[in-house]
Design a protein around this ligand. Sequence first.
Ligand code: NI
Ligand code: MN
Length: 225
Amino acid sequence: MKISFHGQAVVQIVTEKHTILIDPFITGNATCDLNADDVQPDVILMTHGHNDHVGDTISIAKRTGALVVAPNELAVYLEGKGLNTHPMGIGGAHEFEFGRVKLTQAFHSSAITDEDGTHYMGMPTGILFTAEGKTIYHAGDTGLFSDMKLIGDMNTIDVALLPIGDNFTMGPEDALIAAEWVKAKQVIPIHYNTFPLIEQDGAAFAEKVKPGQGVHLEPGQSITI
Ligand code: NI
Ligand code: MN
């Protein structure tokens, strides 16, 4: 499978039969190389309800008919906008035709502000996605938490996508500890340099991770596993 990074928390996973897009914040994301009118996911996975994650989900899912898998309250909200959704909760896993999704905890917040006000979207999450014998951990937006050790013990993680932006999520120092705890074969920094408050050096972070483990991807770059 091919895993590509597209700025902020936008990650695309292409398997033999499916295109899975995570947190497609494209419009208004200056670091994103994608075009919201061109992407062709058949599945969208969501970690939480903030705009820099929900992004273009509604327009993309309406155009492509993609199934949107999201934490329960966010799924209900998006279903109300006419999308085809599948609600999940933390700790729950489900075998889909495109792969297995399990939601993990994340320590953060989750809300959407629209024309009717601010709507709380329940708990934010991380995602464990397994397909073709590979497991990817997208941590979502989170601070460091010690159950990342449990996530590392219970799963053989091939690729971990960890936020390093600081301020709203883990910064690089805490993400280095997270990288150790989740024991992923490869660790890719995400959620930085999208706006001034979360400026970080992704290449420097990748070098500080255990040799051979850290992978710095510029938006648009990918790895194949
Ligand atoms: Ni957030
Ligand atoms: Mn965010």
